[in-house]
Design a protein around this ligand. Structure first.
Ligand code: C2E
Ligand code: CA
Ligand code: CA
Length: 680
């Protein structure tokens, strides 16, 4: 560099620089820089690694917690201290979980509120959403379906429940036939509710009975109410058992028997199988009962029932009809002859002695048997036939059995038909009356008539009284029929009186069976009042059997006699012919029976007897009328014996009430007029 003064150059300055320190300094600086760079990188890397590690782990734990919440755990909390964003997220997460927990318990509470009432009810309750998921059900529902309970879970479809029920359900054979493939489906809807999907009672294989009622809400949900009705069913079963079984022997009773017989017959009608109905009655059981007491009788019946049951086949049935009567259905009979060993076995089973109350009892039985289809195809008829056969067995000497035979069947059947027709005849007015004149043997005049009933059957024609009167007596129909006869005859008598026949005695037959009924006297009086009957022109004809009833009959006759009604003893000579009745009862007339009169002229003894009766009666101041007089010889003998009156075809056949006056006029004409008429 040139150094210059104010006015001149002063000189030159030269400076020399060395690069070594500079190079040195640079080197040092470079080294430091490098070191810093290395350390810095390491530190930064370290710090980065550290920070990254801490942050990721916290986020991870957050993620795990979130997952747990998602899985339904509600008491999950994360712990992320600090004030960074992750920590804030952690706190937010915790409070969110808290809120969720609160909501959950609120939800649970409201669910409980919904479920609790359903728990309180005794029925099982279940609700399916419209998309067919089980939304809720109560404990009772689970309890009821206990057998299939493990499968019951929220979300289960109704279809699934049906399927499970189907598997567990006991389906009665006949029901299966009736219902077809799917018995659990809606075969019975409750009446009056169209929202009811299904209402029915089912039995599960566990023995439990369930009543189910399912209905659809307007929103499409399905509500099911399920009730355990096992107890009720058990009671019903007990009641049914008691109603269908005999309390003493435990055997099926009459009504169950009838049911079973119908069933057996309908099976047999289909299969063509032969079966027998057997009526069994112990012989002389009354002796055991009366002699040894009812307890012994009862024990004997129980023992007999046991033996009967053991003596028949598995498919056979023994029932008790009541008393000492049992009835059996015997099956598996190929041939008619197969019945023989089977019934024989039953009789044999009873024969060995019974040990009852410390005593040895021997009993035998009688059995009546009818066969399907041989005797009848109808249950009632089979029973009737077996019953008839039983009576035949009894009358043949007991300790035996009797098969219905066709002849017996038809005779009894006829009787049954006759009885039915007779009942109808009373209602349909198929009866009429005829009157047979009774002649005074001294004057030859008609002094009275006997009323006789006639039955005009629309198909059979005239049925004789000998056929239907006994039946009417047996069945009690005679009572009403007798009253009708009396009333009709009295009305007829009133008509005759109006026509001028004013001194005619009207005789009416009274059956002993009529007198058995208590209200008879009032009924008679009412008729006599109503018809204005002249009491002393009425005569009742009674038989000795009637008088044997004594007691009330005596008093009734005495009262009737006191009011002027006369009494004739009918059919005298056929019964006991006890003259003691003549004294004891207020009898006005004896009717000598037709059989007596018949050979009065042939046999000496009959003649003598008739004569004695007439004399005796007269001695007691009792009149005598002979019935069935058919010949002039009979008539003249009776007249000779002093008989007062006579009745018979010779003197006049029974005629209608309408025809009677003309007949009487003709008969009562003096002989001279008759001759004159004949001459004309
Ligand atoms: P019964 O009381 O001895 O009646 C007399 C029966 O002898 C009548 O028969 C009559 O028609 C019949 N008879 C009359 N004259 C002669 C004769 O000369 N020869 C023969 N062989 N028979 C004669 P019917 O009407 O058939 O009555 C039979 C029986 O039926 C009666 O016998 C009586 O026991 C009963 N019966 C008839 N009508 C009635 C009635 O209205 N009520 C009641 N309870 N029983 C009646
Ligand atoms: Ca009579
Ligand atoms: Ca008679």
């Amino acid at each position: 560099i040139d150094i210059r003064g104010a006015h001149a150059d002063l000189g030159s300055l030269a400076i020399e620089f060395s690069q070594a320190p500079l190079r040195h300094a640079f080197q040092r600086t470079l080294n430091v820089g490098l070191m810093i760079a290395v350390v810095g990188t390491v530190v930064i890397a370290l710090a980065g690694w550290l920070m990254g590690h801490v942050l990721t782990r916290r986020l991870w734990s957050l993620a795990v917690a979130a997952d747990k919440v998602a899985c339904g755990e509600s008491d999950i909390r994360v712990f992320l201290p600090g004030c960074d964003e992750v920590a804030r997220v952690g706190r937010a997460f915790n409070s969110m979980v808290d809120r969720l927990g609160e909501n959950m318990s609120a939800l649970q509470a409201s669910r409980d509120r919904l479920i609790k009432p359903t728990e309180a009810i005794s029925e099982g309750f279940a609700l399916w959403s419209a998309d067919d998921c089980l939304v809720l059900c109560n404990g009772q529902f689970r309890a009821i379906f206990e057998a299939i309970e493990p499968a019951i879970e929220i979300g289960m479809t109704h279809e699934k429940l049906n399927q499970l029920i189907d598997e567990q359900m006991v389906v009665k054979k006949e029901e299966r036939q009736r219902v077809g493939v799917h018995p659990a489906e809606n075969q019975d809807r409750a009446d009056g509710r169209d929202d009811v999907v299904r209402a029915r009672e089912i039995e599960l294989s566990s023995g439990r009975w369930i009543s189910l009622c399912e209905f659809r809400t307007p929103d499409g949900e399905l509500i099911g109410i399920y009730t355990d009705i096992s107890a009720r069913k058990a009671t019903e079963e007990t009641i049914r058992y008691q109603a269908t079984h005999d309390a003493l022997t435990g055997l099926p009773n009459r009504s169950l028997f009838a049911e079973q017989l119908d069933e057996a017959l309908s099976v047999a009608r289909g299969s063509g199988e032969r079966l027998a109905v057997a009526f069994l009655d112990l012989d002389r059981f009354k002796l055991v009962n009366d002699g040894l007491g009812h307890n012994v009788g009862d024990d004997l019946l129980v023992a007999v029932a046991e033996r009967l049951q053991r003596s028949v086949g598995e498919r056979d049935l023994v029932a008790r009809m009541g008393g000492d009567e049992f009835i059996l259905i015997i099956r598996d009979l190929g041939e008619i002859d197969d019945v023989r060993p089977k019934i024989g076995q039953i009789l044999e089973a009873i024969r060995p002695s019974f040990q009852i109350g410390g005593q040895e009892l021997h009993v035998t039985a009688s059995i009546g048997v009818s066969l399907f289809p041989d005797d009848s195809r109808n249950a009632d008829q089979l029973l009737k036939s077996a019953d008839m056969a039983l009576y035949r067995a009894k009358s043949n000497g007991r300790d035996r059995w009797q098969l219905v035979n066709a002849a017996m069947n038809s005779a009894a059947f006829e009787r049954i038909v006759l009885e039915a027709q007779l009942r109808r005849a009373v209602d349909q007015g198929q009866f009429s009356l005829v009157y047979q004149p009774q002649i005074n043997l001294r004057s030859g005049q008609v002094v009275g008539v006997e009323t006789l009933v006639r039955w005009h059957h629309p198909e059979w024609g005239l049925v004789p009284p000998e056929q239907f009167i006994p039946l009417a007596e047996e069945t009690g129909l005679i009572y009403d029929l007798g009253l009708w006869i009396l009333e009709t005859a009295c009305l007829q008598h009133a008509t005759w009186r109006a026509e001028g026949l004013d001194s005619l005695r009207l005789a009416v037959n009274i059956s002993p069976f009529q007198l058995k009924r208590s209200g008879l006297e009032q009924d008679l009086r009412a008729i006599l009042d109503r018809t204005d009957m002249v009491l002393d022109q009425l005569e009742v004809e009674l038989t000795e059997t009637t008088l044997m009833q004594e007691g009330e009959t005596t008093r009734l006759l005495q009262r009737l006699a006191a009011s002027g009604v006369s009494v004739a003893l009918d059919d005298f000579g056929t019964g006991y012919s006890s003259l003691s009745y003549l004294r004891r009862f207020p009898i006005d007339r004896i009717k000598i029976d037709r059989s007596f009169v018949c050979d009065i002229s042939g046999s000496k003894s009959d003649g003598a007897l008739a004569r004695a009766v007439i004399m005796l009666a007269h001695g007691l101041n009792i009149g005598v009328i002979a019935e069935g007089v058919e010949t002039a010889a009979q008539l003249s003998l009776l007249r000779h014996f002093g008989c007062d009156e006579a009745q018979g075809f010779l003197l006049g056949e029974p005629v209608s009430g309408e025809d009677l006056p003309a007949m009487i006029v003709e008969r009562n004409q003096p002989p001279a007029a008759k001759v004159a008429l004949a001459a004309v």
